[in-house]
Design a protein around this ligand. Structure first.
Ligand code: NAP
Ligand code: MG
Length: 450
């Protein structure tokens, strides 16, 4: 395994999980396949009880998991506690699914027609480094609830919380082989999920480039695939809104998790008559944003996950004209300050590309039509925000923006009980919400002649 490094200090961790080989991966897939029939055939109420027990054990270890994420990924302790709590909440929410995996009875002549949601078998989850705990749970909680067994690959950079969650599943009484965490390289373990015939689905979150390869690879076996990919989401601010409030909330909308968030509102569109006021207030808010040791309770933003990610973001900053920036600690660790670019050219990389770091581009627009056109001028379509005091306009623009998750007068776009996913090249399929277990099933239709 590659050496793990604390992103806040640059110091090597003395934990180094073993990277699975191809043979190890095949052995774990075989184990998950063996565990499938008994898990599928468990009484729904019993599967539900085990998922609730799993949630309770995660809850008992919430602080341990959160501290592990601070150490491994540099997440602020406040965020990391939310993330561990999100794993517990996903498990509790989907623990209600086994007894509610309803089919339908459809009127037909001469008999009875029934549908069933049947589990796929072994399903795989490939997790990126930016939200190691939530993204793992968004996959495994509904997949397990629907009666599948799971093989899960965390990102090489951030495997520690997933490995611990795998241990907690056993502690909670899940049978061995039901949830399997396999640390290792994407090109080895992840790629094997795509090619192994016993893996019936690939649920992938990460870069659009790798997502396209996975989708192409899955075609060979017509393997089911869900993709959660990149974003370049717009935060659209109309002059009729409370500009001070919109400016105060804008840093959190893009710099949370140091901008390493597929939902980051990394393009800010401001109506021209409010532009100067917004930018002035935004500068104050950016300078006040607390970029501190992520273990500190006061920290609003920690370091980048790795030296490589820091360098990749720094290259975008070097190629742009910076308007202003916030602060960041000096010294070791992979730190960058929140950085703001005023943009007037939509062909610039800083405006078009997902930077995945604390960099935001701000641009003026004249009217609603132009705001929508600018927001939609992207191959991505994951999320977005609209700030306006006119509810009609808020709804109109929310319906016009081509993205899966919009919020009006808020940046909140992720709740475990509402659907989440992307338009265009931001993804394929939806996670979370009441229908997520169905995405891990086949719908079977049975006609019985009377
Ligand atoms: P990535 O390469 O797409 O990695 C995501 C996951 O896929 C990791 O577990 C990775 O394994 C695995 N993987 C890599 N190549 C694979 C392959 N050929 N087959 C199967 N699995 C494979 O993303 P990244 O390199 O971590 O980040 C690069 C960029 O992706 C970021 O800068 C950002 O723009 C974007 N990104 C987006 C999201 C999102 O939530 N939408 C999340 C993370 C990254 P390894 O452990 O070997 O890397
Ligand atoms: Mg990669």
């Amino acid at each position: 395994m590659r050496t793990l490094i604390n992103p806040a200090t640059g110091v090597e961790l003395d934990i180094s999980p073993t990277s699975a080989s191809l043979d190890d991966t095949d052995a774990v897939i075989a184990k998950a396949h063996d565990a499938f029939p008994a898990w599928r055939d468990l009484a729904p109420g019993e599967r539900a009880r085990l998922l609730r027990a799993f949630a309770a054990v995660v809850d008992e270890h919430l602080e341990e998991l959160a501290q592990l994420e601070v150490l491994n990924a540099g997440h602020t302790i406040g965020n990391a506690r939310w993330e561990a709590g999100n794993v517990r909440d996903c498990l509790n929410y989907y623990s209600a699914a086994p007894e509610r995996l309803f089919g339908r009875q459809i009127p037909v002549a001469g008999g009875t027609d029934l549908t069933f949601h049947e589990p796929l078998g072994v399903v795989s989850i490939i997790v990126p480094w930016n939200f190691p705990m939530p993204i793992a749970a968004w996959g495994f909680a509904p997949a397990l609830a629907a009666g599948n067994t799971v093989v899960l690959k965390p990102a090489e950079l951030t495997p520690l919380t997933a490995i611990r969650i795998g241990e907690l599943a056993l502690l909670a009484g899940l049978p061995p082989g039901v949830l399997n965490v396999i640390p290792g390289q994407g090109s080895v373990v992840g790629q094997r999920f795509v090619t192994h015939p016993l893996v019936r689905k690939v649920c992938f979150t990460g870069s659009t480039a790798v997502g396209k390869q996975i989708m192409a690879g899955c075609a060979d076996q017509v393997k089911r695939v869900t993709l959660e990919l990149g974003g370049k989401s717009a935060n659209i601010i109309f002059a009729d809104t409370d500009v001070a409030a919109a400016a105060a909330s804008a840093p959190g909308g893009v710099f949370d998790n140091a901008g390493q968030d597929c939902c980051a509102r990394s393009r800010i569109l401001v109506q021209r008559s409010a532009y100067d006021e917004f930018v002035g207030r935004f500068e104050t808010a950016v300078k006040d944003f607390r970029v501190l040791d992520p273990a500190s309770e006061q920290s609003q933003m920690g370091p980048m996950v790795s030296a490589g990610q820091r360098d990749s973001v720094q290259a975008y900053v070097d190629a742009a004209t910076v308007a202003f920036s916030g602060s960041a600690p000096d010294g070791p660790g992979w730190w960058l300050p929140p950085t703001v670019v005023e943009s007037s050219d939509t062909s610039e990389a800083v405006w078009r590309e997902e930077i995945f770091g604390p960099v935001v581009a701000v641009m003026a627009f004249d009217d609603e039509e132009e705001a929508v056109a600018l927001a939609n001028d992207s191959e991505y379509g994951l999320s977005g925000s609209i700030f306006t005091d006119d509810l009609g306009r808020g709804m109109r623009v929310a319906r016009a923006v081509e993205a899966g998750n919009l919020s009006v007068n808020s940046h909140a776009s992720v709740r475990y009980w509402t659907p989440f996913g992307g338009y265009k090249q931001s993804g394929l399929g939806r996670e979370l919400g009441p229908d997520a277990p169905n995405a891990f099933t086949e719908e079977k239709n049975v006609f019985i002649a009377h």
